[in-house]
Design a protein around this ligand. Structure first.
Ligand SMILES: Cc1cc2nc3c(=O)[nH]c(=O)nc-3n(C[C@H](O)[C@H](O)[C@H](O)COP(=O)(O)OP(=O)(O)OC[C@H]3O[C@@H](n4cnc5c(N)ncnc54)[C@H](O)[C@@H]3O)c2cc1C
Ligand code: FES
Length: 351
């Protein structure tokens, strides 16, 4: 018998004696980051950045394939006994020699995962990880002039890029309510001192929100620059309109942390067939949140319609896409993205 066949027989025997837990479950207890396990990471440190943001240092397990600057990683965290998945941009450089990665999280009011990570999680905690992904990255050929247009926690993917690649001519226009709310403020000022960055720091509590029409005054050659923008929907919508008006939409790259919801209609009763739960839902709440609130195990990822980590068969009824208003009706095998779909009348999901 070959050694592989022997290993597989021994494993099967182990499975028999360890039922209902599988051997992999026991191994996960002692060696969660081992090769062959589902990808996980161990939180090694939490460094406060501002009163409501922190950088989390993670040691990824053996299967981690690395990231490209600007990409995000989905993490699964247990909060009050429920596994919740969220996406966070990687803020460490790709060249970090100790193999650790960092994400930087801003706690938002009532945010389940962000508050848990910023205020409660302890070093040593094991989390689930997915491979890094996302298209908000630099091109292979370095642009001659770069602009980062960011606000609030939208600075995170830009910082990942800034830490990774130096440009001869790079400007950042960053907005935050007050100086003490600027995430990575010291690092940014160090880059400025090194002449590696020109920084325009705007404090919205005193200066008001950035009007993108003012860019001309802040960065006179803004239109010549390849631009990466990340921040609240209002800033990104205005930037997309501004770049389009000037016929240079292709020079603007944006990353959104949440979907722009344009339509809400009537809701309905949502049945989670496998779990056997039925709850009332309004027409604006994503079915993902409806399920999670009802204690149904819902798969998820980015929570904004880009990763398809939440797709679920719609067994009956109809749902509305919150981004477009489009209605999808149940028919054989139709899958819906629960993070951007709401009930449009009574419906049943296979969860
Ligand atoms: C590609 C990508 C990259 C991201 N990178 C980062 C990052 O680097 N740092 C970071 O802090 N966050 C980042 N996010 C946002 C992050 O994934 C979570 O959405 C955020 O932490 C809120 O999760 P929560 O569980 O705390 O809030 P939830 O409990 O899901 O929501 C609580 C309330 O806040 C609202 N809400 C949800 N998300 C946001 C938001 N982003 N801003 C304002 N209100 C919101 C909800 O509608 C709800 O009313 C990223 C998102 C995406 C899609
Ligand atoms: S969770 Fe990413 S598409 Fe729904």
């Amino acid at each position: 018998m070959t050694s592989t066949a022997l290993r597989s027989r021994a494993w099967k025997l182990l499975e028999l004696v360890t039922t209902p837990l599988l051997p992999s479950d026991y191994l996960d207890l002692v060696s969660p980051l081992r090769a062959g396990a589902d990808l996980r990471g161990r939180i090694e440190a939490v460094h406060p950045e501002t009163p409501d943001a922190a950088t989390i240092v993670i040691r990824p397990g053996r299967g981690w394939r690395g990231h490209v600057a600007g990409q995000y990683v989905r993490i699964g965290v247990d909060v009050d006994g429920v596994r919740l998945w969220r996406a966070y941009s990687v803020t460490s450089p790709t060249s970090r020699s100790d193999g650790r990665i960092t994400i930087t999280v801003k706690a938002i009011p009532d945010g389940k995962v962000s508050n848990h990570l910023v205020r409660r999680v302890k070093p040593g905690t094991v989390i689930q990880l997915d491979q890094a992904c996302g298209e908000f990255v630099l091109p292979a050929a370095k642009p001659a002039k770069v602009l980062y247009l960011t606000a609030g926690s939208g600075i995170t993917p830009a910082m990942g890029m800034l830490r990774d690649t130096r440009f001869a001519d790079v400007v950042m226009v960053h907005s935050a309510p007050r100086p003490e709310d600027v995430i990575f403020r010291n690092d940014l000022h160090d880059l400025v001192a090194d002449k590696a960055l020109r920084l325009v720091e705007l404090h919205t509590d005193t200066h008001g929100m950035l009007d993108v029409a003012r860019l001309e005054e802040l960065v006179p050659d803004w239109a010549e620059r390849e631009t990466w923008a990340c921040g609240p929907a209002g800033l990104l919508d205005a930037a997309e309109a501004h770049w389009a008006e000037h016929g240079i939409a292709a020079k603007l790259h944006t990353e959104r942390f949440r979907p722009t919801v344009v339509v809400a209609g009537d809701g309905g009763e949502v049945t989670f067939g496998k779990t056997g739960k039925t709850v009332a839902a309004d027409g604006a709440t994503p079915l993902l949140s409806v399920g999670e609130e009802a204690g149904v195990l819902m798969p998820s990822g980015c929570r904004m319609g880009i990763c398809f980590g939440c797709v679920t068969p719609l067994k009956s009824g109809a749902v509305r896409d919150l981004r477009t208003g489009e209605i999808t009706e149940a028919e054989d095998g139709v899958l819906v993205q629960t993070c951007v779909s709401a009930a449009a009348g009574p419906c049943e999901l296979e969860r």
